[in-house]
Design a protein around this ligand. Structure first.
Ligand code: SF4
Length: 462
């Protein structure tokens, strides 16, 4: 890497949320009121026992604290960085009632899990004795890793099939570097492999591996593939050089492959979600002088979180509302985007006649959501819902095929890492109930199993 590139990454991609120092963490932990029936626990999709792990930090039991976190969420190390805590645990903290700062739960969680990972080793859990069943997990992203960890703890032989060469899914490839470096997700995956989870990487199910063979060779399958590639805009010029899918763009930035991206004087990002914001801020941080984010609806209807929007504004991205792309212009490569203004009438989006305008640009990034995996659905014969997501029973995450379960983005259309982790846990228990309906849960597995119930407080205080 050139000295200049190193400087760009050092200055523009340093963590936006640096860790707490040990004494800061102790002080912050001592502010917690250790609430009974704590709202922060209820707000966490995995129902981590927040007051307990914070109390353990206050008493210098960092290892115990990390165990409490990972018991409910094996992705706790990455969630401490990637979770939108402002709308989850920290947003629910009782300190808000007194207009005071909420407890910095994410940073405390990071303090504990960083400590555990610095210690190295296999982590705090052990696999149960082999129960004779084999489970295939498709996808080594957050949902897949979470499910695999719990299945190992229940005694299943688990193989994860991952099309990439390295595990982690979006945690490794799709999260902005200034939020989380890939070593965090790789360390998390390593802990799963230390439990005995096997990884088959660099081969895609449906392309290099026959789906039929998985159905024959395994007692159950958990699909955690995430979504497919970015949806097409469906406008002329979409395939011109210089048009990027947001995740591919972010991946190049994260891999420090800036030469593959070429330079840009003005980049147009199309979309209004968190991925669009990530693409816009990263474009700015690799040195693009002007970045314009165009969304076909208004600012109020944007899918991105408020704090993500603020981040893009701080990075001096520009915004274009109620503007839908109708054509990407260019002969040999992108030269501009033609838009048409929109208006919502009767709940529907309408293009306004005669409102065309053009923005000259040399790079376009599409961030308009991802398409679904219809090929896998066809090959394995499970049903999709009307939005193209895998249809599942919400309690068991079981698909229309009895031995196939699914979770994460493939069923929710694209949510947070913590939602994927919660799905993996729920599916692991459902697979266990399906394959070994008469089996009693061991004491080691009873606690996390109870956090799946919709009564977290009862589970935690039982
Ligand atoms: Fe601590 Fe706030 Fe959770 Fe109460 S709500 S336990 S004060 S973090």
């Amino acid at each position: 890497m050139s000295a200049e590139l190193e400087r760009v990454y050092r200055e523009n991609f340093k963590e936006i949320k640096p860790p707490l120092k040990p004494e800061e963490a102790r002080l912050e932990a001592s502010r917690c009121l250790y609430c009974y029936d704590a709202p922060c626990v209820r707000a966490c999709p995995t129902h981590i026992d927040v007051p307990r792990f914070i109390k353990q930090i206050a008493s210098d039991n960092l290892k115990g604290s990390a165990k409490t976190i990972l018991e409910a969420n094996p992705l706790g190390h990455s969630c401490a960085r990637a979770c939108p805590v402002e709308v989850l645990c920290e947003g629910a903290c009782v300190y808000h009632e007194w207009q005071d700062h909420p407890i910095q739960i994410a940073k405390l969680q990071r303090r504990a899990t960083d400590y555990l990972h610095e210690l190295g080793g296999a982590g705090p859990f052990k696999p149960a004795p082999d129960n004779g069943h084999r489970v295939a997990v498709i996808g080594a992203g957050p949902a897949g890793i979470s499910c695999a960890v719990y299945l190992r703890r229940l005694g299943y032989a688990v193989t994860i099939f991952e099309k990439e060469k390295v595990p982690g899914g979006l945690n490794t490839f799709g999260i902005a570097e200034y939020k989380m470096g890939r070593k965090v997700s790789l360390a998390e995956a390593k802990m799963a492999f230390a439990l005995g989870v096997k990884l088959s990487s660099g081969k895609e199910v449906g392309k290099d591996i026959l789906p039929r063979s998985l159905l024959e060779d395994f007692s159950a399958i958990f699909i955690a593939t995430g979504l497919g590639s970015t949806q097409r805009l469906g406008v002329p010029g979409e395939d011109l050089p210089g048009v990027w899918e947001a995740l591919a763009f972010i991946r190049h930035v994260k891999n420090r492959e800036l030469s593959a991206l070429g330079s840009s004087a003005l980049t147009v990002v199309i979309g209004g979600g968190n991925t669009a914001i990530d693409a816009a801020t990263q474009s700015k941080r690799i040195g693009t002088p002007r970045v314009v984010m165009a969304y076909r609806r208004s600012a109020a209807e944007m899918g991105a979180y408020g704090f993500e929007y603020e981040l893009a504004k701080q990075d001096e991205a520009e915004f274009l509302w109620n503007s839908a792309p109708v054509r990407i212009i260019g002969r040999k490569k992108v030269e501009g985007v033609e838009f048409q203004k929109t208006r919502v009438k009767g709940g529907k989006l309408h293009l306004l006649p005669g409102s065309h305008f053009t923005i000259a640009c040399d790079r376009v990034i599409k961030a308009i959501g991802q398409s679904q995996l219809r090929d896998l659905a066809q090959a394995m014969n499970f049903k999709l819902d009307k939005d193209g997501r895998i249809a599942v029973n919400p309690e068991t995450l079981r698909t229309s095929v009895s031995k196939i379960f699914a979770g994460g983005d493939a069923i929710n259309g694209g949510k947070e890492v913590v939602n994927a982790a919660a799905d993996g846990k729920r599916a692991a228990l459902a697979i266990h109930r399906f394959l070994m309906p008469a089996a009693e849960l061991s004491p080691e597995n009873r606690y996390w199993a109870r956090t799946i119930e919709s009564r977290p407080a009862e589970a935690l205080h039982a």
